[in-house]
Design a protein. Structure first.
Length: 89
């Protein structure tokens, strides 16, 4: 029973990560595109500034996630070849 609960706990973590990174990042990117389209449609004043801020924030979140993901994948290479220890390597 202990093994089953341990596997269930690990499965929950994997499922959560898949939802966040698998569906969450494309959703955040789509929201950024939607707000960017409001700027291109001729929004003015406060609506334009708000749409610009939200779209920039969405794109920044996606870019940071991509960079962290690449660094996470390459962390052992960076540690052994270049001596750069990132993300627990």
């Amino acid at each position: 029973m202990h093994t089953f609960l341990s596997n269930l706990s690990d499965l929950w973590r994997v499922t959560l990560a898949a939802l966040v990174f698998g569906a969450g990042l494309p959703t955040v990117f789509a929201v950024g595109i939607r707000y960017r389209a409001q700027i291109d449609d001729g929004a003015t004043g406060t609506a334009r500034q708000t749409a610009l801020a939200i779209s920039a924030l969405c794109f920044a979140v996606v870019m940071i996630a991509v960079v962290v993901g690449v660094l996470f994948i390459a962390r052992s290479f960076l540690a052994t070849r270049l001596g750069i220890h990132l993300l627990g390597a």
